[in-house]
Ligand binder design. Structure first.
Ligand code: PEP
Length: 252
């Protein structure tokens, strides 16, 4: 059975106090109340708080992911953070390909390819995001857009390396908009993505790889989306910043 995963993408929200107290409270609520969470929970706070957040979660089943890494090993890249730096503070996961990075920071497939390579070099697992715009969906080219995003990046890697990936399907029109893909549309796209993995790497890999959905998941719609056959969890932005909503999603 594939692992169910929930990733809280906090983006550029929460200061030191808010980050650490949210994580401590979440742990307390989950474990004091013995809340049944059959999902792997990953939190992606901002760079300055990765270390302390990781320390708080030591010895628990929850873990931390970085929201980004730079594609170069080291050097004169003022303001950037390398994979090696993350590894040195115990970070083992990174989000790559998020549409906000693609759009606001001009991360194209070529840059993402380099980011994947550097993450793999430092044994950092990758949650790779793909998604189409609303005009691509309206033109009915969304399947080929997703296929190309994967072919230009993730599919460059070997059968052996592919075990380090999870995929998040995040239709851009659904991120932060309050509009979600219908459970059926999400399932169709997830099934399509899995079929691409099957063609490229074989059935065993395609049955194993976790494909998460992201885009305005909340505590009301979570159940319908997350229980689709090929949806193995969620990448959650806004609703992961609200303790009650996040707890409801965890329990849905
Ligand atoms: C995201 O940023 O990956 C995301 C899915 O955000 P939201 O849940 O707010 O749409």
């Amino acid at each position: 059975m594939r692992e169910k995963i929930l990733v809280a993408n906090w983006k550029m929200n929460y200061d030191f106090y808010e980050t650490t107290s949210f994580i401590r409270n979440l742990l307390k609520i989950l474990f004091d109340n013995k809340i049944n969470h059959n999902k792997k929970i990953i939190i992606a706070p901002s760079f300055p708080f990765l270390h302390i957040s990781n320390q708080i979660l030591q010895g628990t089943t929850l873990s931390i992911a970085s929201q980004n890494i730079h594609q170069k090993d080291k050097g004169a890249y003022t303001g950037e953070v390398s994979a090696n730096m993350l590894k040195s503070i115990g970070i083992k996961k990174v989000l790559l390909g998020h549409s906000e990075r693609r759009i606001y920071f001009f991360e194209d497939d070529n840059i993402l390819l380099q980011k994947i390579k550097i993450a793999l070099k430092y044994n950092i697992k990758i949650l790779f995001c793909v998604g189409e715009t609303i005009s691509e969906r309206n033109k009915n080219v969304h399947y080929s857009v997703i296929e190309n995003q994967l072919k230009n990046t993730v599919f460059h890697f070997s059968l052996h390396e592919i075990a380090n990936f999870s995929i998040a399907y995040e239709p851009i029109w659904a991120i932060g908009t309050g509009i979600t893909a219908s459970p059926k549309d999400a399932q169709n796209m997830h099934q399509f993505i899995r079929s691409l993995f099957s063609e490229k790497y074989g059935k065993e890999i395609s049955n194993k790889i976790s494909i998460l959905y992201g885009g305005s998941i909340n505590d009301i719609n979570a159940k319908d989306i997350l229980y689709q056959e090929d949806v193995d969890g969620g990448l959650i932005g806004n609703s992961s910043l609200d303790m009650n909503k996040f707890l409801n999603i965890i329990q849905s």
